[in-house]
Design a protein around this ligand. Structure first.
Ligand code: AP5
Length: 204
């Protein structure tokens, strides 16, 4: 997998099961100067559904499955490099706030030279019924094909446990901050910001 830009991205990862609140927190962080939010699911949802990328996304996400890694990284790289070229993301000054990527250990390995990961926030909501309620409520508000039925939601949770959770071990304990995402959104944000402050401007 190749990137056109050789710049390394200083990154903060939001990692958690579907419905844990990655997108909610990522969007807020992205409004703070010096932070640029990029959600992999949003990158897919913005693609023309008639294109090859769009068709692949619908095919896999409607079953609750991950899109193959080559498609995912290819599309993501094109998007982030376009944001870099147009000056919306400034890698020399911005922290890249990633949600939804890397989604498995293979993606983390592919991105190892591209991402300088400064902190991984594990948004954990042990009460699964809370997460299901959130996703069901969102399904009524937004046109999310992957929230449509219980079977797909359940499949996404299983894939998270099997494929995405091991990404935490890949980055290791020292980089991880555990956050209780069953709290109210402002409390989750407070915990994230407190950790960012604690780890300093450079998030060392
Ligand atoms: P993606 O869009 O990444 O979905 P997801 O990870 O399943 O995450 P969600 O968007 O469902 O949840 P979230 O954690 O962002 O929660 P949110 O903040 O929205 O991916 C969709 C699909 O794309 C995948 O299944 C896959 O097919 C494909 N894909 C994407 N990336 C990929 C990759 N790297 N590789 C391969 N395939 C990939 O919150 C959910 C709801 O809860 C909202 O309504 C919100 O308002 C509410 N809420 C949030 N926080 C709180 C809170 N603290 N209290 C109460 N309500 C809250």
């Amino acid at each position: 997998m190749s990137f056109n830009s050789v710049v390394v991205y200083h990154s903060i990862l939001l990692l958690g099961a579907p419905g844990s609140g990655k997108g909610t927190q990522g969007k807020i962080l992205g409004t703070i100067p010096g932070f640029y939010h990029c959600a992999c699911g949003d990158v897919f949802r913005a693609v023309d559904p008639r294109s090859d990328y769009g068709k692949a996304f619908i095919h896999y996400s409607s079953k609750g499955q991950l899109v193959p890694d080559d498609v995912t990284i290819g599309l993501w790289a094109a998007q982030i490099e376009s944001m870099e070229r147009t000056g919306r993301f400034k890698p020399e000054t911005d922290f890249l706030v990633l949600d939804g990527i890397p989604r498995n250990v293979n993606q983390a390995k592919i991105l190892i030279d591209k991402l300088d990961v400064r902190r991984v926030f594990h948004l954990d909501c042990p009460d699964k019924s809370k997460v299901y309620d959130r996703l069901k409520r969102r399904a009524l508000k937004e046109n999310r094909i992957d929230d449509i039925n219980d079977e797909v939601i359940e499949r996404r949770q299983q894939i998270y446990e099997q494929e995405t959770k091991p990404v935490l071990d890949f980055y290791g304990e020292k980089l991880i901050t555990e956050v209780d995402s069953a709290q109210l959104p402002y409390q989750v944000l407070r915990d994230i910001l407190t950790a960012i402050e604690h780890h300093g401007d450079g998030l060392e």
